[in-house]
Ligand binder design. Structure first.
Ligand code: MG
Length: 387
């Protein structure tokens, strides 16, 4: 029987890559649910092609311009998205929702005992303890789609024991491309336009994550994500700049051996691995060529150059709801930058202001996390408006 898949965030960059993967393996995977935020036109096209049992538009204000294809139930709103994550026909839920809105969908999927293939890093950043609790209670599975975390999982899965044992792991080393401004003078960042920030040197991704890659806020989010996914403390999580994005991350073991996972940058591989894990299935994408990939270089990350990264790590170490506040402030600041209401270097200043105003609390309930998210957004919005 083909594996039933619920794809949340189907019209975004990860969603489209996931559809490409599923289409190449119709005998193995079958789409049961498609959910988009507000792109109803694209959702209709996708629904006609894939004929899911359920199609969802999460934004309650949105309406479809035409009737859904026969046999496809259409639902609208937040509850519909959560039901999509719990759909009885879905074995795997791919959560590729953008932003903090993905947390509740992750909790719903894990609560229903699904395998959660997680591309929404904010789930773990904002609600790490809640996600782990839902994983334990629902007895589901959590498999990352982020390329760095997929790389780490692949390095760890090569051992006899599939469950990560922190006693064997000395360090996790996440790679970062450094984004388009890796070598630019800090002073010259004031005039950066959204178009420049969206020109990523190695990865083709959605707008939010591409800007996060330019500020390296993305890497701070990924460090937090790795902390919760693999249970490794922050002092054993490191980041190295690797401009070619071929080595996706490395694991150093206590005996000094280091395993890395390599491949040309494409999200289709981590998506396929999250669907087939722990197996590997043949796939016909372009083959790897070490000669074409070379040279592979590594540089230290200069945290002074990337203040959003530094602030993210501060929030990580503070723990509780601080990472949720960091994430929320960053979302608002990035939206302000993309709307040309905020200069690029102000993104980090907005995050700093929101974190300074944040009152830390334990992240032990959805309400606590959502409250931290709301407060940080309000402070960040004020700062963007005053700019
Ligand atoms: Mg990544």
């Amino acid at each position: 029987m083909a594996v039933g898949i619920a794809l949340l965030g189907s019209t975004g960059s990860i969603g489209k890559s996931a559809l490409a993967v599923v289409e190449r393996h119709p005998e193995r995977f079958r789409l049961v649910v498609l959910a988009a935020h507000r792109n109803g036109g694209e959702l209709l096209v996708q629904s006609a092609r894939h004929r899911p049992a359920l199609a969802v538009l999460a934004d309650p204000e949105m309406r479809l311009q035409a009737a859904p294809p026969p046999g496809v139930e259409l639902r609208i709103g937040r509850e519909a998205l959560l039901d999509a994550a719990r759909h009885p026909g879905a074995d795997v839920v791919i959560n590729a929702v953008v932003g903090a809105a993905g947390l509740e969908a992750s909790l719903a999927a894990l609560g229903a005992g699904k395998r959660l293939a997680l591309a929404n890093k904010e789930s773990l950043v904002a609600g790490g303890p809640l996600v782990l609790q839902a994983l334990r209670r629902g007895k589901g599975e959590l498999v990352p789609i982020d390329s760095e975390h997929s790389a780490i999982l692949q390095c760890l899965a090569s051992r006899r024991r599939a469950v990560p044992d922190a006693g064997e792991v000395r360090r996790l080393i996440l790679t970062a491309s450094g984004g388009p401004f890796r070598e630019r003078d800090r002073g010259a960042l004031l005039d950066v336009t959204p178009a420049e920030a969206l020109r990523h040197p190695t990865w083709d991704m959605g707008a939010k994550v591409t800007v996060d890659s330019a500020t390296l806020a993305n890497k701070a989010l990924e460090v937090i994500e790795a902390h919760f996914l693999f249970g490794v403390p922050y002092d054993r999580l490191e980041v190295v700049i690797h401009p070619q994005s071929v080595v996706h991350s490395l694991v150093e073991f206590v005996d000094g051996s280091v395993l890395a996972q390599l491949g040309f940058p494409t999200m289709e591989l981590p998506i396929l691995y999250a669907l087939s894990y722990p197996d590997r299935i043949p796939d016909g994408r372009a083959r790897f060529d070490p000669v074409a990939a070379s040279p592979l270089t590594f540089e230290p990350l200069d945290a002074q150059r990337f203040p959003a990264f530094r602030l993210g790590l501060q929030a990580a170490r503070a723990g509780g709801t601080a990472p949720a506040a960091f994430n929320a402030a960053n979302e608002v600041a990035v939206a302000g930058f993309l709307a040309e209401n905020l200069p690029f270097p102000r993104i980090a200043e907005v995050i700093e202001g929101a974190l300074a105003a944040h009152r830390p609390a334990p992240a032990d309930s959805l309400e606590a996390v959502l409250e931290a998210d709301r407060c940080a957004r309000a402070v960040a919005r004020q700062m963007v408006e005053r700019t």
